[in-house]
Design a protein. Structure first.
Length: 335
C-alpha cells in the first residue's frame, strides 16, 4: 500500500527516478502537485514510454501536447521581439525557459514557459523600450509609483504585454534588483553570451546556472522553486560544473550557488563536486519550503512560507527602504 503523501518529495522523486514509481503510486497526488508546481509537462516527458495507468496516460499525453504548444508560442514571441529590436543592433539575450527551448537544452523538455524574459545592455534600455512600444507592446503597470519603483530600483523595466497576442515581456538589464545585497556583473553576462542562428543570444551555460540560483535563492520566496531547481539539475547534467564556482564567485553568488547545488543533489541526485556535497546550516529549512505542497496541490507550512516571503523582501532592499515601500503599498491597498 502506498504511503500517505505529506509533501512534494513524491514529485521530486518521480522526476529524479521515474522508473522507480510503483504501481500503487498516488497518481492523483503526483499529478496535482506537478500541475501546482508548473512541472506537469516535465513530468510527462520524464514518464514518456513508461507504463502508467490508462487514465494517467491520457493526462500526460495532454500535458506533452500543451508543452509543445507552449514551446512554439515561446519561440514565436522571441521571434517577434527579435524583429522589433533588430534595427537597434544591440545584444538581445533570451533568459530562462525561452532560452532553454531556443538553445535546444535538456532543461527545455516539457518545461512550462510563461513570460518572455530578455537581457539587454542598460544603456540601451530607452531604445529597446521605444522599439517595443512601437511594435505593439503596452505597459502593464500604469501606476506612477510602480513605474518609478521599477525604473529606479529593479533589474528590469516595468512589464509589457502585447496588445494583440496578450503575451508578456520582461526586459532585464541585470539579474537581481539594484537594491539587492548581491550585485552580479551584467557586462560579464553579456560578454560571455552565445549567439543563436537567428541573431538572438543566450547566456553561457555557467551563467545560466548562476542565474537560476540567483533567481531561486537571492531574490524570490522560493514559490515554484522546484521548477527552478530542476532547471539547475538539467543544466548541470548537460554541461557539468567546470568553472562554475569561479563564475558564481565573480557574480557574488557562490554561497547561493553552492546551496542550490546541495539541494539539487539532495532532491534530484544531481552530480556535483565532492567538496560541495553534504548538508549545511539551514539547508533543511530550504528543503522544507521547496517541498511545501500537499497531495491536493495546496501550499502547506504557512509559517515557513511566510518566513521566506519576508526573507525575499529583506534580500531585495535595505530596512528603511523596505519599510517605506511596504507602508506605501499598505496605504494604497487600504484606500
Amino acid at each position: 500500500m502506498a504511503k500517505a503523501v505529506t509533501d512534494a518529495r513524491l514529485l521530486a522523486r518521480a522526476l529524479a527516478e521515474p522508473t522507480d514509481l510503483a504501481l500503487d503510486t498516488d497518481w492523483t497526488a503526483l499529478i496535482t502537485m506537478a500541475r501546482a508546481e508548473q512541472l506537469i509537462g516535465t513530468l510527462a516527458r520524464r514518464l514518456e514510454s513508461l507504463p502508467v495507468p490508462e487514465e494517467v496516460a491520457g493526462i500526460l499525453a495532454d500535458a506533452r501536447a500543451a508543452s509543445a504548444q507552449g514551446r512554439r508560442a515561446a519561440l514565436w514571441e522571441a521571434e517577434m521581439a527579435r524583429r522589433a529590436l533588430a534595427p537597434l543592433d544591440c545584444s538581445v539575450i533570451l533568459l530562462k525557459g525561452t532560452a532553454f527551448v531556443a538553445a535546444g537544452l535538456l532543461a527545455a523538455r516539457g518545461r512550462s514557459i510563461g513570460d518572455l524574459d530578455i537581457l539587454v545592455p542598460r544603456d540601451r534600455l530607452d531604445a529597446v523600450e521605444a522599439a517595443l512600444l512601437a511594435a505593439g507592446w503596452e505597459w502593464v503597470k500604469p501606476d506612477p509609483y510602480d513605474d518609478d519603483y521599477y525604473r529606479r530600483w529593479m533589474h528590469e523595466l516595468p512589464p509589457l504585454i502585447h496588445a494583440a497576442r496578450d503575451r508578456m515581456i520582461d526586459v532585464h538589464h541585470t539579474i537581481l534588483p539594484l537594491t539587492a545585497r548581491v550585485r552580479p556583473d551584467p557586462a560579464a553576462l553579456i560578454a560571455a553570451s552565445m549567439p543563436l542562428e537567428n541573431g538572438l543570444k543566450v547566456l553561457c551555460p555557467n551563467d545560466m546556472i548562476v542565474h537560476a540560483a540567483a533567481h531561486l535563492f537571492a531574490d524570490g520566496d522560493l514559490a515554484g522553486g522546484l521548477r527552478n531547481l530542476w532547471d539547475i539539475h538539467c543544466l548541470v547534467e548537460e554541461h557539468g560544473t567546470d568553472g562554475l564556482a569561479e563564475r558564481a564567485h565573480h557574480h557574488g553568488l557562490q554561497r547561493h550557488m553552492m546551496r542550490a547545488m546541495r539541494l539539487a543533489a539532495a532532491l534530484f541526485g544531481t552530480p556535483i563536486p565532492a567538496g560541495w556535497q553534504g548538508s549545511r546550516g539551514g539547508d533543511w529549512l530550504f528543503q522544507r519550503r521547496l517541498l511545501a505542497r500537499d497531495g491536493w496541490g495546496r501550499p502547506i507550512r504557512p509559517v515557513t512560507r511566510l518566513a521566506f516571503y519576508i526573507r525575499s523582501h529583506w534580500l531585495r532592499m535595505p530596512p528603511a527602504m523596505l519599510a517605506r515601500h511596504l507602508w506605501i503599498k499598505w496605504r494604497r491597498g487600504a484606500a
